[in-house]
Design a protein around this ligand. Structure first.
Ligand code: NAD
Length: 258
């Protein structure tokens, strides 16, 4: 009998793996015996971050450095996965760009970059991935959303708008491709202790009060560890989660229950 949350037959692609939640997903999936894993990040230190793992899992783990909002990189990481493993079972769109700025103060280039990385990259990904998944008899796409997909918060500006678009894109794609056995789900974390959060706190101009608000905002009284979020991705990627599609799953310490 298979263990719960078995991913030993799965070929997975994940973006934004150099740090935070993506790093925890990568570590968790490798530790749980994923069949194939291709990780993508714009951070040029990527291969250094995973020096040990690239050697320990040399037949199942590959990385690609590049911007996920650039179509040629999307083609590259999908082609790399297909050439190494012959199929893609799970696509995790996790990379994101965030600047903590009010809407009216947001420079146009920040607005555009936020939507290019957080939303347009998912469309470009779908353009090339969906035909493959259809041919392959199905698949799963997991998008990393946020509490900002669902509620407004000061200074979340363009980021919140992009995460709201991601939530609706998830529902839309789930409906559009349900008949092709392609499921589409979003994981929506509350605040997680990652570099992205500390960067936003610095940008807010008052690091301490920004962080205090984040802690106080979660009824559970703390923010999440990346590993707690990665375990939900593990479950969703296993066949145990086979009836879930079109859902924006909150993992937020009660934040949006208030
Ligand atoms: P992080 O900054 O630690 O990691 C994000 C990774 O994405 C980085 O390694 C970065 O280099 C990479 N990246 C950024 N832009 C990229 C691009 N254009 N192409 C390729 N890679 C790119 O952030 P995190 O907190 O781990 O965030 C991961 C996901 O979780 C994001 O989608 C974020 O919106 C979401 N999220 C985070 C929190 C939180 O509190 N940390 C809460 C809710 C949702």
């Amino acid at each position: 009998m298979k263990e719960p949350f078995d991913i030993s037959s799965k070929v997975v692609v994940c973006t934004g793996i150099a740090s935070g939640i993506g790093k925890a997903i990568t570590d968790t999936f490798l530790a749980n015996g994923v069949h194939g894993f291709v990780g993508v990040d714009i951070d040029e230190t990527l291969d250094n971050v995973y020096k040990k793992e690239l050697s320990n899992y040399s037949r199942s783990f590959y990385t690609l450095c590049g911007d996920v909002s650039d179509e040629k990189n999307v083609k590259k990481y999908l082609d790399l996965t297909l050439s190494k493993f012959g199929r893609i079972d799970v696509m995790i769109n996790n990379a994101a760009y965030a600047q903590a700025i009010e809407i009216h103060n947001t420079p146009e280039e920040v607005w555009d970059k936020t939507f290019n990385v957080n939303v347009k990259s998912l469309y470009i990904n779908a353009k090339h991935l969906i035909p493959h998944m259809k041919t392959n008899g199905g698949g799963l796409i997991i998008n990393t959303g946020s509490i900002s997909s669902h509620v407004g918060m000061p200074t979340q500006g363009a980021y919140a708008a992009s995460k709201g678009a991601l939530a609706q894109l998830t529902r839309q794609m789930a409906i559009e491709y349900a008949g092709d056995n392609i499921r589409v789900v979003a994981v929506c974390p509350g605040t997680v202790d990652t570099p992205l959060v500390h960067e936003s706190a610095k940008q807010s101009g008052d690091y301490d009060s920004y962080m205090k608000k984040l802690y106080d905002g979660h009824p559970i009284g703390r923010i999440a560890k990346p590993e707690e979020i990665a375990k939900l991705f593990l479950y969703l990627s296993s066949d145990d989660a086979s009836f879930i599609t079109g859902a924006n799953i909150m993992i937020d310490g009660g934040f949006t229950a208030q």
